[in-house]
Design a protein around this ligand. Structure first.
Ligand code: ATP
Ligand code: MG
Length: 409
């Protein structure tokens, strides 16, 4: 049997990038031989094994044929006769379809190295269209390698467009889609992921609520970029520049969905878009079965981001309600994520990226004033139940009033 490094490990070494996980392909072996060498099978009918020591993935060289809709509809054929070239041709992109032996000799039948140099994400063969997940994968690689100048090849974008129109994207499971989306959002330029999906018509299928933001104007005084879709991309770009976690990036992507529902007569104003957007945010959350912390933060940021921007003008009682809505006493981290999401929203405006955002520290101060109210003295007075709750609220309101005064003096 011959063993080769494949996929990301070869690509990233040639790019001079750190290689994190290594995938291997094994040519000329049977499953029985792998088991005899101590490899552990990954699944019952899938020709992939884990190395007994390193735990890395070793796949038998295989060919694939599509036999139905979605990813379940694949039949694999792995046998010792399958060649390296046959295995490589079923892969998504030319830059992912190179192999390397233990002497670093490159096997590159589909010219991945040339595309690496020319900075193209190009599909290997028309079989690309057999797995709609590849549309998301290409967009994700575009987000990752945008900083190196990579672009999707025009003929690949065309194929992605056909796939998006064919209805195949609807066959993707929530789990597979979320895995790509969440990884793409954590790349260095997540806005490129959304942009590429939009360019090929996949955004309209996957997240029509986000797609609908493009072409919707906002008031130029607050939003020099005008377009709500462009604004959303910029907010996401800022979130990545500021190294925000996934929860914040997800909330940034969805915060303004309500603007897509505004009747044209009301443009460029978007009255109550925060509230109107909630059902859309909920729908997107559920469509991809986003993790609970992502879902929660997106809804809270959607509902309250304008409060964040107007923090310095809010009455003490409104501040208190805001803090209560976030349950800031038990969930301080979630409120901090809300604050930075608001800041990214403010920075995601053309020409205003560097403007300071005093609201952030003001909100932090308000949270710590309210959290500083001690429960013990109230317990000592013998208060409990709803009475205790009311007394706590009164004390917190007092603390916030004092905070507001000290902050404005
Ligand atoms: P990453 O750095 O994100 O791990 P990778 O290229 O190693 O990138 P993997 O998901 O680990 O990506 O997959 C390893 C290889 O398997 C890819 O390089 C590609 O050749 C192939 N591959 C993975 N998923 C698909 C797919 N859905 N369609 C076609 N080829 C795929
Ligand atoms: Mg990999």
């Amino acid at each position: 049997m011959q063993i080769y490094k494949v996929g990301g490990a070869v690509r990233d070494r040639l790019l001079g990038k750190p290689v994190t996980d290594i995938d291997w392909v094994v040519v000329g072996a049977t499953a029985e031989e792998m088991l005899a060498k101590g490899f552990r099978p990954v699944g019952a009918d899938f020709p992939v094994f884990l190395h007994p020591k390193s735990g890395e993935e070793y796949a038998l060289a295989r060919t694939e044929r599509k036999s139905g809709r979605g990813y379940g509809g694949f039949t694999f054929h792995a046998s010792p006769e399958v060649t390296l070239e046959e295995d490589l041709i079923r892969r998504d992109l030319t830059i992912n379809a190179m192999a390397e032996d233990d002497q670093q000799n490159l096997t590159d039948p589909y010219h991945g190295q040339r595309d690496l140099e020319d900075r193209f994400l190009r599909h290997v063969s028309p079989a690309f269209a057999e797995d709609p997940l590849r549309v998301l994968r290409v967009a994700r690689f575009a987000a990752r390698y945008a900083e190196l100048g990579f672009k999707v090849a025009p003929e690949t974008l065309e194929l992605m467009r056909q796939l998006s129109e064919s209805g195949e994207l609807e066959a993707l499971t929530a789990e597979r889609s979320w895995k790509e989306i969440s990884r793409a959002l954590m790349e260095s330029q997540p806005q490129v992921f959304i942009q590429v999906l939009r360019d090929c018509g996949a955004l309209k299928v996957l997240m029509p609520e986000v797609d609908a933001l493009f072409g919707v104007p906002q008031p130029e005084v607050h939003h020099p970029e005008i377009d709500s879709g462009i604004h959303t991309l910029s907010v996401l770009e800022q979130a990545a520049l500021h190294k925000q976690p996934l929860t914040v990036r997800w909330a940034c992507l969805l915060h303004d969905l309500g603007k897509g529902l505004t009747p044209e007569e009301e443009w460029p104003r978007h009255i109550a878009h925060e509230h109107k957007g909630l059902k859309l945010i909920k729908a997107v959350n559920e469509r991809f079965k986003a993790p609970k912390d992502c879902q929660e933060l997106a809804l809270l940021v959607g509902q309250y981001h304008t409060h964040g921007h107007r923090a310095l003008e809010l009455k003490a009682s409104t501040l208190l309600e805001l803090l209560q809505s976030f349950d800031v006493y038990r969930r301080p981290q979630r409120f901090e994520e809300f604050i930075v999401a608001c800041e990214m929203d403010a920075r995601g405006r053309k020409g205003l990226e560097q403007r300071s955002y005093p609201q952030a520290d003001y909100l932090r101060g308000a949270a710590s004033a309210a959290r500083g109210v001690a429960v013990q003295p109230l317990l000592e007075k013998g208060l409990k139940g709803p009475e205790l709750g009311e007394a706590l609220k009164r004390e917190r309101l007092k603390a916030l009033k004092a905070y507001k005064e000290s902050a404005s003096s």
